[in-house]
Design a protein around this ligand. Structure first.
Ligand SMILES: *[C@@H]1O[C@H](CO)[C@@H](O)[C@H](O)[C@H]1NC(C)=O
Ligand SMILES: *[C@@H]1O[C@H](CO)[C@@H](O)[C@H](O)[C@H]1NC(C)=O
Ligand SMILES: *[C@@H]1O[C@H](CO)[C@@H](O)[C@H](O)[C@H]1NC(C)=O
Ligand SMILES: *[C@@H]1O[C@H](CO)[C@@H](O)[C@H](O)[C@H]1NC(C)=O
Length: 452
């Protein structure tokens, strides 16, 4: 029990005392930004003969923009289409400007941005703060002001700035300075910085106060790769560092655990739900990196689950934490709206890290998770435990006080009111997750001993 008390104290610290005072104030990314980013799935594929529909080219980004709209991703929030490395040439134009590779981007970046905008979407681009990009193309060093201006002229809405070919010790100067140039263009552009990732990698003390004053989001840790192990490695690192990192997340400024792998080769159905649930809990930017034309329906459904996205996009913008670890089960929680007085609602995820083949039953009382609203909570389950046959119906088991056995379909709210001493009982599939939402019941819904 001592363990719980310590965890709960950590939350109080986050919620009350340790809020940071000022952050980047460009009015953007007030909830975690959502969209699509090329890197994880498409890397630096420049061979358009072998990979005609997978090479980094205007065709890839136009097709992606088309599919974001026609497949309904834009409607649930995925708005930013972001290019990563390898779009530009090695050398600048005679007057010192960046230029796109003319074979792969024959109409230029401005035309591509216009196309993306014509679809009602936003357009993002990539550069690196050093002399070269990570793949060796032209970097911004020495041309910062002109590049910020060029991005604004092209209609860029989002800039991802990487950190190759520079000295990590200079990042505290050169990242904020480029942010200043972006600001001076007068065009609102979300600013995504890889700065802490490089400094953390060198074992340096990162000044997150400065980072969160300068950037809308930032990568803290290494690139996510195409595997469940990589996903778990990122999560473990976020858990280990949560008491330092989480306090810097909030409206306009976010820690970024990197892209969603969902819909690609490596993650199973269960593992995809685990990533989606945990990225929601972490208030992480949600950037898919997949080939949208080949995403199977079950993965598309996970990516478009508005209940889960709702947790990610919660207006309070509090980054969730791992609060409990027991028998291979991890419990992660995130305070969310609605809140009343000192009581928050919570998103809670049970993650099964066991490698035993059977689903694992687990129980815990609400107050052991810090859910102490005396009037109680309504519970809503989001992510399946059991996927029956291949049909798209997700069935949940939810058992209250060991007596009521309930099967709940996706998105159903339980009729029961759970009190702080009520037992929450779940069954979690190996490498899967059970995600639920516990909404506080307002005292105004509880009058004369009855719920109204
Ligand atoms: C880029 O410029 C350098 C010198 O500034 C030159 O040596 C090199 O050939 C140029 N590369 C290309 C691809 O034009
Ligand atoms: C520039 O910074 C100022 C001060 O933080 C802010 O009010 C303004 O919205 C910013 N403008 C842009 C275009 O980012
Ligand atoms: C970190 O950045 C803040 C904001 O610019 C500054 O006030 C503070 O002195 C910096 N801390 C360190 C240790 O450099
Ligand atoms: C709760 O889990 C424990 C094992 O951790 C088990 O012994 C107990 O029977 C479970 N309680 C209920 C009511 O299922």
């Amino acid at each position: 029990m001592l363990g719980y008390k310590i965890k709960i104290r950590v939350w109080l610290c986050i919620l009350v005392a340790c809020k940071i005072s000022s952050a980047l104030n460009n009015g953007l990314a007030l909830t975690p930004p959502m969209g699509w980013l090329a890197w994880q799935r498409f890397r630096c594929t420049i061979d358009c003969e072998t990979f005609p529909d997978e090479c980094v080219s205007e065709q890839l980004f136009m097709t992606t923009a088309d599919l974001l709209v026609s497949e309904g991703y834009d409607k649930v929030g995925y708005k930013y289409v972001v290019i990563d490395d390898c779009w530009m040439t090695h050398n600048r134009t005679a007057d010192g400007k960046l230029q796109a590779d003319e074979k792969r981007f024959p109409h230029g970046i401005k035309a591509l941005a216009d196309y993306v905008h014509s679809k009602g979407l936003k357009f993002g681009i990539y550069e690196s703060v050093g002399t070269k990009s990570c793949e060796g193309y032209a970097g911004i060093k020495g041309y910062e002001k002109i590049d910020a201006q060029t991005f604004a002229e092209w209609g860029v809405d989002y800039v991802k700035l990487d950190g190759c070919y520079t000295d990590e010790r200079k990042m505290d100067t050169n990242f904020p300075q480029f942010g200043k140039y972006l600001n001076e263009t007068g065009r609102p552009m979300i600013y995504s910085c890889c700065w802490p990732f490089y400094q953390e990698g060198k074992g340096m003390q990162v000044n997150y106060t400065l980072v969160s004053q300068s950037c809308n989001l930032w990568r803290n840790y290494g690139d996510i790769q195409e595997s469940y192990d990589s996903l778990i490695n990122v999560l473990d690192n976020f858990a280990v560092k949560q008491d330092i990192w989480a306090q810097y997340a909030g409206p306009g400024h976010w820690n970024d655990p990197d892209m969603l792998l969902i819909g690609n080769f490596a993650l199973s159905h269960e593992q995809s739900q685990t990533q989606m649930a945990l990225w929601a809990i972490l208030a992480a930017p949600l950037f898919m990196s997949n080939k949208l034309s080949t995403v199977q329906p079950n993965f598309k459904k996970i990516l478009q689950n508005t209940d889960v996205i709702g947790i990610n996009q919660d207006k309070l913008g509090i980054q969730g934490k791992r609060v409990y670890k027991d028998q291979g089960i991890e419990i992660w929680s995130k305070p969310i709206e609605p809140k009343e007085e000192e009581y928050y609602s919570y998103a809670i995820a049970f993650v099964n890290r066991r490698t035993i083949g059977t689903p694992f039953p687990y129980n815990i009382t609400l107050n052991n998770l810090g859910l102490n609203n005396p009037i109680g909570y309504k519970i809503k389950m989001h992510i399946t435990k059991v996927n029956y046959k291949s049909i798209l119906i997700y069935i949940f088991f939810f058992i209250v006080l060991c007596t009521n056995h309930k099967n709940l379909f996706d998105g159903t709210t339980t009729k029961e009111i759970l009190k702080p001493d009520s037992l929450l009982k779940v069954i979690v599939n190996p490498s899967g997750v059970v995600l639920l939402r516990a909404n506080i019941i307002s005292k105004y819904e509880y009058i004369h001993g009855r719920y109204i």
